[in-house]
Design a protein around this ligand. Structure first.
Ligand SMILES: Cc1cc2nc3c(=O)[nH]c(=O)nc-3n(C[C@H](O)[C@H](O)[C@H](O)COP(=O)(O)OP(=O)(O)OC[C@H]3O[C@@H](n4cnc5c(N)ncnc54)[C@H](O)[C@@H]3O)c2cc1C
Length: 393
């Protein structure tokens, strides 16, 4: 029986994308602009709510992702370099000529990306969770949600699409948590302040960054533990940085938290007529835990590949497209080393050395790394309280 006949009361579409975040919206924008009928299913009521990301976008993404060309300047704050603190709070400044990061008003960026997809012709259905899919001759039957010729799982690290279709799932994660503070100024707001401390953030770092209208303070760690353990780590971090940034008497206006896949791309990441992309595919740098650039880049590329296929120009991309996914070979090795040999004493010792600066430059600036020419070669000591509170003065 033809699919249309069997589901005559349900809508049929060319492609259903599950997840209206970076990967899903990038994919849907491309598909829609290529004339493909695309529906995005999003379980939240608004793409900007309950975000689980700091939202920092690297320069490479701005350079490479055409979709970001029109990103309104008011939604971003430029960060020109990194201040990297050893466990003993001595620091070095790192920067690379012309390199920067963009801190973002992430809820608004997400709404803007959703608007781009809708203007291109994508249909976004909010408050709709993907739960099931049955394979049929021409694609998938999603029950009450209709039928589709192609399915994209852009539904994050715990992908329901992967589970239902028997695709790979990430098994290795960092857990990230972040508080947002309003009405607070920090010193050096154009730097991303990164803190290494094995007790507070084993396997990753903690950070302070001036976002857009808020200051974001967070950490990610290998060990998730229960909520009290994560809260205790945040409390220890806030206490530790108090001489530099004192948030202890501030109430965060919101919290973001979530799992970060850090074991590389899942296997398999695709099957006939279905592809995973973004965090669902484990497409996050195992070292930096950055996934926005890869989610946007491969989300768009997936959109092109699927559009070509549905327009009859190429064979099913599930058979070849995932070959273009990042392998993260070197970064997985670095993750292994960090997981097994992270030592606060070693970081304290090595912070100002050339190898350490070079390694940090590579991690943060992707081989363009050099140290900040304006910074002292030797690590600096922290001094005095530099967090200022606008509202409580
Ligand atoms: C605390 C933290 C800080 C981070 N900071 C950064 C950073 O600064 N820079 C960076 O590059 N990366 C960062 N990352 C990683 C980055 O956020 C992710 O890599 C990125 O969000 C991946 O985008 P995505 O579109 O693949 O998936 P997600 O952003 O996870 O989006 C998945 C979407 O799918 C929806 N969804 C899930 N299941 C269903 C379902 N069954 N039906 C319908 N909808 C569903 C969700 O509601 C969500 O909207 C951070 C991660 C964390 C946890």
């Amino acid at each position: 029986m033809a699919l249309m006949e069997r589901n005559s009361s349900h809508p049929q579409t060319d492609c259903v994308v599950v997840g209206a975040s970076f990967a899903g919206l990038a994919c849907a924008s491309v598909l829609a602009r290529a004339g493909i009928r695309v529906t995005v299913l999003e379980r939240k009521a608004d793409p900007g709510e309950k975000l689980h990301t700091t939202g920092i976008i690297v320069k490479d993404a701005i350079d490479q992702i055409a979709l970001l060309d029109g990103l309104p300047a008011g939604l971003v704050h430029r960060i020109n370099g990194v201040r990297l603190y050893a466990p003993n709070l001595r620091y070095i400044d790192l920067a690379a000529p012309g390199y920067y990061f963009l801190a973002t008003d992430t809820p608004k960026v997400m709404r803007w990306l959703a608007a781009q997809a809708e203007q291109g012709g994508a249909r976004i259905t909010y408050r709709k969770s993907f739960t099931q899919a049955e394979r049929v001759q021409s694609g998938f039957d999603l029950g009450a949600l209709g039928t589709t010729r192609f399915l994209v799982g852009a539904d994050g690290p715990n992908s329901r699409v992967a589970k239902v279709l028997g695709l790979g799932l990430s098994t290795k994660f960092l857990f990230g948590i972040e508080y947002e503070y309003e009405g607070v100024d920090i010193a050096e707001p154009n730097k991303l302040h990164c803190f290494i401390d094995r007790r507070i953030a084993p396997g990753y770092i903690a950070w302070v960054v001036a976002g857009v209208g808020v200051v974001q303070v967070g950490l990610a760690r290998r060990v998730r533990g229960d909520q009290s353990m994560v809260s205790a780590a945040m409390a220890a971090f806030l206490e530790k940085i108090a001489p530099l940034f004192d948030f202890r008497n501030q109430r965060p206006v919101s919290m973001r938290a979530g799992m970060i896949p850090c074991g590389g791309v899942v296997q398999p990441a695709a099957a006939k007529r279905v592809l995973l992309v973004g965090d669902a595919a484990g497409m996050v740098s195992p070292v930096t835990a950055g996934g926005i650039h890869t989610a946007l880049k491969h989300g768009m590329a997936a959109g092109h590949a699927i559009a070509d296929h549905l327009n009859g120009k190429s064979r099913d991309p599930s058979g070849w497209f995932v070959g273009s996914y990042p392998r993260f070979r070197m970064k997985r090795l670095l993750r292994f080393l960090f997981d097994h040999f992270q030592s606060d004493a070693l970081f304290n010792l090595l912070l100002g050395t050339k190898p350490m600066r070079t390694a940090a430059g590579i991690v943060y600036f992707h081989h363009k790394g050099v140290l900040d020419p304006t910074a002292d070669a030797a690590p600096s000591r922290t001094n005095g309280q530099i967090a200022k509170n606008r509202t409580s003065r």
